[in-house]
Design a protein around this ligand. Structure first.
Ligand code: C6P
Length: 412
């Protein structure tokens, strides 16, 4: 079925790529709307990983034998696919990590920790996921630097003049989400980067929720560090990418010591490997990296313009329909949003709503979404969150709305 908004995008055909979607849950067809937590995996990703384990399973960068060489080639091809997806200038700028959380921690500990002093500041925003808050808090405790937080408005949009006001020559790092996981807000990254750079700060963008919906272009965004979560962009769990400009990575010490990150080891002195291997100590998640490369290629094949248009039509349909549900309060109504909708229902705890929806086969996330300051800002302990992906359909939006009416019946 083609949507008007994304002519040529055949969502029913896309769905055939995802085996997990075709199952019944509690006697109902699965309606998977928890994509911001983790997305389902296309056959191309599953096959790439199975191929590695069934045919090429060997350690990489180490063996002269055929299997090791094949595994190494697949892993490095995956790195090139990620570089292409993100518009990186060079695959050496792609560091494979466990996920967005590890990417932020790597930058905090390897780039920032040796450079920050008491009196320096790190600027984040009120809409950050805990993974883009806690590493900076830890860094501030370690260095004596101060954490500053730019506020958001009642719609869940960043108050950009406040962000600008909080920037000063003391700001060494500005770190913010490209897309908020709890609100769906899309931040004006390029403008924020320009402001932070004008103040002399380096910029980290948490792209965990952006890569599945938009095609991040690190060159156009102008940031210094960009963090990607593999499992949210249809890749395997335990995979992700830190992108950083090569000259920054060159100037950073290794994050962890061990195998593969060295050039030579002597008891007197160890010298480190070239980029990006300097940051990839130990045997990496080889199958995960290969699977993530397959996910990047899959997204490139579908095309982000079509994906975004399709998802935006789902967002518009869901926003309009949910607003008609009695007692429903949308949390996050910024003008620029990705297809993530948080809401509360009068008199119904989000966990109860989530449990009843589950009985209808509808998977949503309920809770604070690892963004407790966002919950505090809106005065709620938790929300229900429906997050849409490239395989969701208008009919699934309607199923969510029907499910919510069932919830209301139970609590009537
Ligand atoms: N958000 C959610 O349900 P990892 O899993 O480490 O790759 O990503 C962490 C992370 C970082 N930043 C943002 C904006 C995120 O949304 C997440 C993960 C999931 O919203 C799980 S809590």
């Amino acid at each position: 079925m083609k949507t008007a908004a994304a002519a040529g995008y055949d969502v029913q055909r896309v769905r055939t790529d995802f085996p997990a979607l075709h199952q019944q849950v509690h006697g109902h067809p699965l309606v998977y709307l928890d994509n911001a937590a983790t997305a389902q995996k296309p056959r191309a990703v599953l096959d790439a990983m199975a191929r590695f384990y069934e045919r090429d399973c060997a350690n990489i960068h180490r063996g002269v034998h055929a299997l090791s060489q094949r595994a190494t080639e697949s892993y490095e091809a995956a790195r090139r696919a990620l570089a292409a997806l993100l518009h990186a200038a060079d695959p050496r700028e792609i560091v494979f990590v466990r996920g967005a959380t590890e990417a932020v921690n790597l930058v905090a500990q390897s780039y920032a920790r040796p450079r920050l002093r008491p009196g320096d500041e790190v600027l984040i925003t009120w809409m950050e996921h805990h993974s883009n808050i806690v590493p900076w808090q830890m860094l501030c405790e370690q260095t004596g630097a101060t954490l500053r937080v730019a506020p958001i408005d009642d719609a869940g949009a960043l108050i950009v003049p406040e962000f600008q006001r909080l920037l000063s020559t003391r700001t060494r790092i500005a770190a913010f989400a490209h897309v908020s996981n709890a609100l769906g807000t899309i931040n004006p990254v390029r403008a924020l980067v320009d402001q932070a750079h004008a103040a002399g700060a380096k910029v980290l963008v948490d792209g965990a929720q952006a890569a599945p919906h938009l095609r991040p272009d690190v060159a156009a965004l102008g940031c210094d560090f960009y963090c990607v979560s593999g499992h949210k962009m249809y890749g395997p769990t335990g995979s992700g990418v830190l992108w950083a400009r090569a000259e920054l990575l060159e100037a950073m010490p290794p994050y962890q010591g061990g195998g593969d990150m060295i050039r030579s080891v002597r008891f007197e002195k160890t010298t480190y490997n070239d980029l990006p291997f300097k940051f990839e100590a130990g045997t990496p998640n080889i199958a995960g990296g290969i699977g993530l490369g397959a996910a990047a290629e899959y997204l490139l094949r579908l095309g982000h313009e079509a994906i975004t248009a399709h998802e935006q039509s789902l967002l518009a349909r869901a926003t309009a329909a949910l607003q008609q549900v009695p007692g429903l309060r949308l949390i996050g109504t910024a003008p620029h949003k990705a297809a993530v909708i948080s809401f509360t229902l009068d008199g119904v705890h989000p966990h109860d709503a989530g449990t009843i929806l589950d009985q209808e086969g509808i998977a949503v996330r309920t809770g604070h979404h690892c963004a407790q300051p966002v919950m505090e800002r809106f005065g709620v302990p938790a929300t229900v969150r429906a997050s849409f992906g490239l395989y969701n359909t208008p009919e699934e939006v309607d199923a969510l709305v029907a499910g919510l009416h069932k919830v209301l019946e139970v609590f009537a």
